[in-house]
Design a protein around this ligand. Structure first.
Ligand SMILES: Nc1ncnc2c1ncn2[C@@H]1O[C@H](COP(=O)(O)OP(=O)(O)OP(=O)(O)O)[C@@H](O)[C@H]1O
Ligand SMILES: [Mg+2]
Length: 294
């Protein structure tokens, strides 16, 4: 079922078209990545989805309700791009405040658990004013998650996090997906997106430049073979494959193609140093798409 949907969103700021025409869907139990260069419109799209910026045109549905109905946001968790909490509050008090503001009913134990999930259990009683950048971002995540939302929208959740924090967030997102929660996340850390997202929407200059599942965007994996002692017979057997320096590349390999090739090469006394799956990375694909669009 659809958790977030928008169609034909447009937004101008004075003479500048921030969003030309954006439609996208996030289904329950799906993690969708929103990618694109600075100024592409990612934050603006997120804000229009959440009713924080009024679109000039287009429609929004959140968890089955029209975006203009405030009740549509009752089960939505949001981590904004730029935020500051009241520095005199402790982490626990910030969570308490947001639970109250959301009108949610979250027992104290569950609030503590959420702080634990983002790695702040032992800083729960400390004032936010003394938090490091990454700790503030962790607290922002806790605020987004504490009320057990059905849709979670995260605008750059890991930009300030250390590698362990990023891995933690990845685990958190996988856990949310397993519970059927929908996640829309915007990040410049493309490796993160590639690891965790089911689908990706690439924005460029206020438009959707590409969208799809990772296999749709990246194509089938290739396989690279590093070989030694390649005799004449083996050369013949490898004749159809692309040669890239010392490696042979099997593009778009069928189910049994690689095992059959390896078996033949072994029979021909070829020494097999490596058989490695390779595929263009999402980062390479993203750069291609953005350069093509120029
Ligand atoms: N309040 C505003 N007033 C004027 N222009 C705005 C406003 N908010 C956004 N814009 C413009 O809309 C465009 C998209 O901005 P947006 O913040 O959505 O980009 P983004 O994709 O989130 O970029 P980043 O990766 O840097 O966060 C930019 O050209 C920006 O200058
Ligand atoms: Mg942004």
């Amino acid at each position: 079922m659809t958790a977030a949907w928008c169609s034909g969103l447009r937004k101008r700021y004075r003479q500048r078209t921030a969003i030309g025409d954006v439609s996208l869907t996030v289904r329950r139990g799906e993690v969708v990545g929103l990618l694109g260069p600075n100024g592409a419109g990612k934050t603006t799209v997120i804000k229009m989805l959440l009713g924080l910026v009024r679109p000039d045109a287009g429609e929004v549905l959140l968890l089955g309700r029209p975006g203009r109905d405030p009740a549509s946001r009752a089960k939505v968790g949001y981590l904004p791009e730029l935020f500051r909490y009241q520095p005199w509050l402790t982490a626990t008090e910030v969570l308490d405040l947001h639970v109250r503001l959301a009108g949610a009913d979250v027992p104290a134990a569950a609030r503590r658990e959420t702080l634990g999930q983002v790695g702040l259990a032992d800083r729960a009683g400390d004032r936010v004013g003394g938090f490091s950048k990454g700790m503030q971002q962790r607290l922002g995540l806790a605020v987004a998650l504490v009320s057990r939302p059905e849709l979670v929208v995260l605008d750059e959740p890991t930009s300030a996090l250390d590698p362990i924090g990023r891995a933690d967030v990845r685990d958190l997102l996988v856990g949310l997906r397993a519970r059927g929660v929908a996640v829309l996340l915007n990040s410049h850390l493309i490796g993160e997106v590639e690891r965790v997202c089911d689908r990706v929407v690439i924005l460029d200059k206020g438009r959707v430049a590409a969208a799809g599942t990772l296999p749709e965007l990246l194509g089938r994996p290739e396989v690279r073979l590093r070989l030694g002692n390649v005799g004449e017979e083996a050369e013949k057997r490898l004749g159809n494959f692309l040669r890239d320096g010392a490696e042979y590349v099997v593009l778009d390999a069928g189910e049994d193609e690689v095992p059959a090739l390896v078996a033949d090469l072994v029979a021909l006394d070829v020494r097999i140093h490596a058989v490695e799956p390779g595929r263009i990375t999402l980062e390479e694909r993203l750069l291609d798409i953005l350069r093509e669009a120029k």
